[in-house]
Design a protein around this ligand. Structure first.
Ligand code: PEP
Length: 262
């Protein structure tokens, strides 16, 4: 049984509460519902509460873009996974912008993944090498280190609830947005699954969803989704336009159907 595709909009620090509501209002009109494609919006934290009342949660799931690893306490300015539980189904963890701009360490990301799982929230764990690491031939080492450390506290059952988003830093629009060749991405997706299967076995590795993210739009997305073992995509800039995000979802449905036939 193939996993449902997972298509995630990461709005980053764009769209305020009002704009987010307006987006959902328009998006609902153009969004085609496909049972085989799961749609997730990750708005600003402030918009999660209002959007949770505005979206049909059978069709659209919500994700936090970040949260803190402690459940409660004197951590001024932070929001915990405990506070988000019931409000979101997913949380993006380890995004390269957080690793780079906010110096999030492997240990902190591991603790955030653990906290998300402890609170019943499914982590979307972002991993990926920088351009200098890629040039130095260190892609596999970086993927290994980021992946293995992040899931090291989890049982096999818990790992099944993790989605891994492979996002080469050099392909993300924030950091250059170079176009990645799908066959280069295929090798890394295979490696991610190999690593998980080495540690948790082939069944768990098959159950984990692996996404691609990096300047994907409705033109380029098909090439990535068609890859073996690619279960969806994490979309940044192109998700800010509800029409283009809805087209990406329709593409995902078409690719899902054609993969099912193979
Ligand atoms: C991202 O930051 O997760 C991302 C994929 O961004 P973009 O699509 O803008 O490259």
């Amino acid at each position: 049984m193939m996993n449902r595709s997972l298509i995630v909009a990461n709005w980053k620090m764009h769209l305020n509460v009002q704009q987010a509501s307006l987006y959902v209002h328009h998006f609902n009109k153009v969004l085609n519902y496909h049972r085989s494609v799961e749609v997730v919006l990750a708005p600003t934290l402030l918009a999660l509460q209002p959007l949770s009342l505005e979206v049909d949660r059978r069709k659209i799931h919500l994700a936090a873009q970040n949260a803190y690893d402690k459940d409660e306490g004197p951590y001024t300015g932070e929001v915990s996974f405990t506070m988000l539980s019931g409000l979101v189904d997913y949380a993006i963890i380890g995004h390269s912008e957080r690793r780079i701009y906010f110096s999030e360490s492997l240990e902190l990301i591991r603790d955030k993944v653990t906290a998300a799982i402890r609170n019943g929230i499914k982590p979307i764990l972002c991993i990926g090498e920088s351009k200098p690491e890629r040039t130095a031939g260190e892609t596999k080492r970086v993927i290994h280190d980021q992946l293995m450390s992040a899931i090291s506290n989890l049982t096999a059952e818990e790992v099944k609830n993790v989605t891994v988003a492979y996002e080469p830093v050099w392909a993300i629009s924030t950091f250059g947005g170079e176009n990645a060749e799908p066959n280069e991405i295929q090798k890394v997706i295979d490696y991610i699954r190999y690593q998980i299967s080495e540690l948790y076995g082939a069944k768990v590795s098959n159950d984990v969803r692996v996404l691609y993210g990096g300047s994907v739009d409705d033109d380029s997305v098909g090439g990535y989704l068609a890859l073996d073992g690619c279960d969806g995509t994490l979309v940044g800039a192109a998700s800010l336009d509800y029409q283009s995000f809805a087209s990406i979802i329709d593409k995902a449905f078409l690719v899902y159907q054609s993969k099912k036939k193979d």
